[in-house]
Structures are given as C-alpha cells and as structure tokens.
Design a protein around this ligand. Structure first.
Ligand code: NFS
Length: 664
C-alpha cells in the first residue's frame, strides 16, 4: 500500500481515494485530521473513554474509579452515577441536534404551505397518510391547507408538556404497552431533552437506572418524534425517495465545472441550491467564467438527502470532508449544521475555495457567512452560487482522483422497499417476511452512523460483507451508507459477488443490491417504520423485539449515534457498537448490556473486532429465529389460494391489525 503520510495507522484508515489524494503535492500542503491524529499520538483519556470524568460542576473535574472509596466525586457521586449522567448527556446532545433540525423542516413545511418558499408539496399520498395520523380532515381540502394544519400540529409536538407524542401510536401495539409499562413514553419533544439536562445537573438524579430511564424516553422522543417528523415532512415537501442510480466518492468532482459541495444536514438549503443550479442566469454566468455548468455534490448527511431524492452525487462522508477540499477543485463548500470540522476554513486558507456558513447557529472563524433565508430561499441560493462561479477563474492547481468514484443505487425509503419486494400490484412486506420465514433471508441488519479515525476504514465493509455472505439483508444510513457505497456494495451486482445464495436469489429476482441505502441519519426513523411494517405484516412476532433484526453504528463519533442506538434498543432492536463510554462503571455496563433486556426486550453490546461484531449480530438474529420457530428448514408446502388466505387472515389477526387499508 502506498504510504501517503502520517502514521501507519492513518494509512490503514484511509480509503483508496483518500490515499491517492493525500499523496499529491497539493494535499501535502494542508493539514488534515490524519496529521492531527499523528500530532496527538492517538492518546485518549481513560476516564473520558470509560465515562467516569465528571465536569458537571466546579468542585471538580472529578475523575472517578469504580469501587475505590478515595476516588469518588467531591459531592460523593459514584462511577455509576457519573457514567450514567455522561451517557445520558450524550443522548440529550444527540437528540437536541435532531430536534433542532426537525424543527427547521417543520417550519419549512409551514412556509411552503403558505407559498413562501420555492418548494411545493410533492408527495400528496404521504401528506394524507400523515394527516390521518394527526386526525386532520382531508376531504375536499387543498393540499396546502392540509400541509399547513399538519405543520402547525407537528410544531406543537415540540413544546407539548403532557400526553404522548402522536407518532408513538405508529409503533406496534405491544411496543407501546412496553413503553407505558416502563414509563418511557415520550411526552413532548423539547421537554424530554430539557428534563434530561436537568436530571444530569449536579445534585439531581443520582440513581443510574432512573437516569437511564429518562435517557430512553429522550431517545424515543428523537426516533419516534423529531427524526420521524423530519423524515416524513421532508418527504412531503421534496418527494419520498425511490431507487436511483448515482455515483459517490472524490472522483465525482468535475474539472470543467463549478464544483459546489453542500455539507451538513438540513436539506432545505440544498434543495434550493439544486433548483438555482439550473437557473439560466447562473448558468450564463458560469459559461462566461469558462465553466460548463454547476456541479453540485453532497458531503455527509445533506449529501445523503439529495442523493436519495435527486440522485445528486456524493463527494465524501464525514471522514472525507477535508479531502474534498484538499483537491483544490471546489469553488465553494456550503455548510449548515452538524458534523462540520472546524479545520475546513484552515484547509482552504491558501486556496480559492470559499467556506460559506449559512445558518446563524453554526458560524466558523475564517468562513464567509451568507444567512440562508427560508422565505427567500431561491435568492439566497443564487447569491451563494454567484460567489462560487466568481471563484472558478481563480482556481489554481488541483487534483481530482477521477477514477475514484463508484456506482450506487440509492433511494430505498421504506415505501420503496415495499414496492421493490411486493411489486406494483402487491405492495407489502409479505414477500420480505416470507423470505425471512423460509430462510432465504436470515434477518435484517441496520448499519448506521458515522466514520472516524480510530479504526481502519474497512470496518463497515468487513461487517457488511460478513452479514450479506450469511444472507442478512443490510439497510444502511448516514456515513456508514456512504462507506458501503464507496466499496461497491450498493450495486445490484454486489449480490452475486458477495451475498449468500438465499439473499442473492432475492436480490437478483428484484434487481436490488444486498445493501440498501435508506438515507441520512434522521432517516433511521425509516428503519423504525420498516421494522413496524414487518411486525404488522405478521408471522414474525408481535413487536420489534421478536424480529430477527440487529443494528450497529461501529464507527460512531457523534452524540447523535448514541441517541439513535438508544432509541433502537428501547424499541426492541439489539444494538452493537465497537465501544461505548461506560466501561468505567460495572453497574451501568450491566444495565445496558443485560438488564435492558427485561425492560425493552433488547440490549446494547460492544465488540471491537469487525468480524466478531458481525458474527454477534448474526447470533442475535439466529436467537430470534429460534424463538420464532423458524430456525429449521421446513418442507416446502405448495399453498393453494384458500390456504394462503387463511394464513394471511391469521397473520393480520395476530398483529392486531384491522386490515391493510387501516395501517399507516
Ligand atoms: Ni449521523 Fe455521524 Fe454526521 Fe450524518 Fe455522518 S457523522 S451520527 S451519519 S454526517 S449525522
């Protein structure tokens, strides 16, 4: 392997495109995370890593050692309390990020319904579906009127103080009963985050189990509240994704075009940029500057949003954001919120590239700020693109790793999975459930979350290949999805190349890849709905905890990943990370890894080795198959129509379902 620079570890970490780029003279002139890792010597604080460093008041900081009397906090806080508090603050921080994002999307829907944005209501079916969930009258009403009422009701969920969040009722009945029994049904979205912050303040909640209970409620307010609202309302505005071919990796940048990369999370601005990039005035300006046009490319989760809905190429994931700039070929990187490295402006210091911040919440020293006005979205987008076009002439040396791009098929919303598997005339999860029951598909794995620098780049790839080889269908979101896309697992041909015989047969029949790109990080809510649909379809138990399904966010770095992990566990899905910052407390570790089973029917787990991690996921899936009695190959019975009807009738009754028309 070519050694680009930095320590050997960094060279293991880098993917082919990054490695190629870092070996170029231009990239050698900038400092990236790879250099900073080397500077830091990869040192981590053991107290921080174990979750037992308490900085929540000014008597410390206190570094706690579990079971050592002289090493508890000045206030008397034990390792258990501190580890639980820190873990819960991770959940609160991650949830807050999703909540604020979701709020903007709801406000965007309201503004769109009022005709104040360049967007329109694109998915009326979903609008009606959501309206029914929120008890909104549909008959004889205009789509904008319905959308406005939906937006206002959704916005009220954030400030709601009592009762329960509306979308909780989409979960399987038994799941809702479990949440009620455990006292974790979320009341209001903001309320859960505020209460979590309060309870982790010095001198408030000192019972780790009680803290983690509120952690679960906060995370559920994210998954079944904020994130789900964001996904559904964004689909209503910009369209529910359907499978599309696209390309990913650094090679998507174009030599002869104005390269504008959109980085961050909220697709309102990115969608406006997509519209403005086709504006005649902008195109004429670009031509005048000597460019063939505007090449928009995504980075991080904004990238996933426009990839899913528009097939816009993705230049890079979280771990590649500096590399995208180090090509010297980007005229502007437009950022909004979350996962933005502060180093971005430093990487382009000697280049023609503008880093443009657009959200008052997220400003950066040395960047240019052009506030994105949702009520004047089109003109905001044009202003940004004009700046980028003007930079094109100033482009100096650049290097685009042109052969480093990969084909992907993305856009697997849970609706399109339905369609893919069920066909136009029989859209349902029945074929998926049947294939799980007959063993062609062993189960479902969710691979989600970030990428970081502590472990080799191949982690996602290794886990996914082990899973699909063993006939586990992988649904991926976020940077994990991008990493798998870069490695070629999102091409339909990957089924033949990597998947086990059963999964390959299913994929080949419908022409889908064995790893499905389900969207951005907030779109993990699509996975919750997909799992719910599988339960409702019948034959695989009564709640999510009975499904042969398991999740992982191996290379997690952001607090959001912990919130996501917790809402999956609290929704009944087993979740395995490579590490969690709770190892400093035996009791908290036991609670997460064992006791949560009695509460939610699922637990957290950790495993650093990617292959072992994948095997643990497969073992968890097999355990569920055994409990469902579908672990042994059954003789194939050819069913006639009457037998099929009886079976479907039983399945619907078993799921407490009132029939296909009534389900959301
Ligand atoms: Ni989600 Fe991770 Fe960030 Fe997206 Fe990527 S780093 S927790 S995947 S871009 S939010």
């Amino acid at each position: 392997m070519v050694k680009a620079r930095g320590c050997d570890k960094c060279n293991e970490i880098t993917g082919a495109s990054t490695l190629d780029l870092l070996s170029q003279d231009l990239a050698k002139q900038v400092r990236t995370a790879y250099d900073r890792i080397e500077d830091r010597g990869m040192a981590t604080c053991l107290f921080g890593a174990g979750g037992t460093c308490c900085r929540n008041c000014n008597m410390g900081p206190c570094q706690i050692i579990d079971g050592v009397e002289s090493m508890i906090g000045v206030c008397g806080a034990t390792a258990d309390t501190v580890a639980a508090r820190n873990f819960c603050r991770f959940i609160a921080g991650g949830t807050a990020a999703h909540v604020d994002h979701a709020r903007e999307m709801v406000r965007g829907l309201i503004a769109t319904a009022k005709g104040e944005t360049p967007h329109e209501i694109k998915d009326e079916d979903k609008l009606h579906k959501m309206a029914r969930i929120f008890d909104i009258e549909i008959e004889g009403r205009d789509k904008n009127e319905i959308a406005l009422e939906l937006g206002e009701k959704a916005l009220a969920e954030f400030g709601q103080q009592d009762g329960t969040l509306t979308m909780v009722k989409r979960a399987p009945k038994k799941q809702q009963e479990i949440w009620d029994r455990e006292g974790v049904t979320p009341r209001g979205i903001d309320r859960e985050v505020v209460e979590m912050m309060h309870r982790t303040h010095m001198g408030v909640d000192q019972d780790y189990r009680n803290l983690l209970k509120q952690g679960a409620r906060t995370a559920l307010a994210d998954g079944w509240g904020a994130s789900m609202l964001s996904t559904e309302l964004t689909d209503i505005m910009f369209g529910t994704p359907v499978p599309k071919r696209a390309i990913v990796d650094l090679g998507v940048l174009k030599e002869d075009m104005v390269n504008v990369t959109v980085h961050g999370h909220e697709p309102l601005l990115a969608e406006a940029l997509c519209l403005a990039a086709e504006d005649e005035e902008i195109l004429a300006l670009a031509k005048k500057a000597g460019a063939k046009g505007i090449n928009l490319a995504g980075v991080c989760c904004t990238g996933n949003e426009i990839l899913m809905r528009r097939g816009v190429p993705v230049a890079g994931s979280f771990i590649q954001q500096e590399m995208v700039l180090a090509t010297g070929a980007v005229e502007a990187m437009v950022v909004d919120v979350q996962c933005l490295m502060q180093s971005l402006a430093q990487v382009v210091k000697e280049m023609h590239t503008d880093i443009i911040t657009t959200n008052y919440r997220a400003k950066m020293p040395d960047a240019i700020h052009i506030q994105f006005e949702e009520h004047d979205a089109y003109n905001s987008a044009k202003r940004i693109l004009t700046r980028a076009v003007n930079n094109f002439k100033k482009r100096g040396n650049f290097y685009i790793p042109k052969d480093k791009k990969q084909d992907v098929v993305a856009g697997f919303s849970h609706e399109s999975i339905n369609y893919m598997l069920g066909g136009r005339f029989r859209q349902s999860y029945r074929p998926l459930n049947d294939n799980i029951i007959n063993g062609r598909i062993r189960g479902i794995a969710a691979m989600v979350g970030c990428e970081h620098y502590k472990h080799p780049d191949d982690v996602h790839f290794k886990i996914a290949v082990e899973l699909i080889k063993n006939n586990v269908l992988v649904l991926a979101t976020g940077c994990a999805a991008q990493a798998l896309g870069r490695r070629g697992l999102m091409r339909p041909e990957a089924a033949t190349e990597y998947a086990g015989a059963g999964l390959a047969e299913v994929c080949e029949t419908v022409g889908m890849p064995p790893v499905l790109h389900v969207g951005s990080c907030v779109d993990n809510s699509r996975l919750l709905i997909a799992l719910t649909e599988m339960v409702n379809e019948g034959g695989l138990g009564e709640d999510i905890s009975e499904l042969p399904a398991c999740g992982t966010a191996p290379l997690w770095m952001s607090e959001k990943a912990v919130a996501i992990g917790q809402y999956f566990v609290s929704s009944g899905a087993h979740v395995i990370f490579q590490n969690l910052p709770v190892s400093g407390s035996k009791a908290v570790s036991r609670h997460l890894f064992e006791e949560m089973m009695d509460l939610y029917g699922a637990t957290w787990d950790v495993e650093e080795d990617p292959i072992k991690l994948a095997r643990k996921m497969i073992a968890a899936i097999d355990e569920k198959r055994k409990a469902l009695g579908i672990d042994k190959k059954k003789e194939r019975i050819l069913m006639d129509m009457q037998m099929r009807r009886e079976l479907e009738g039983k399945a619907l009754a078993g799921a407490g379902c009132e029939g296909p028309g009534k389900r959301d």
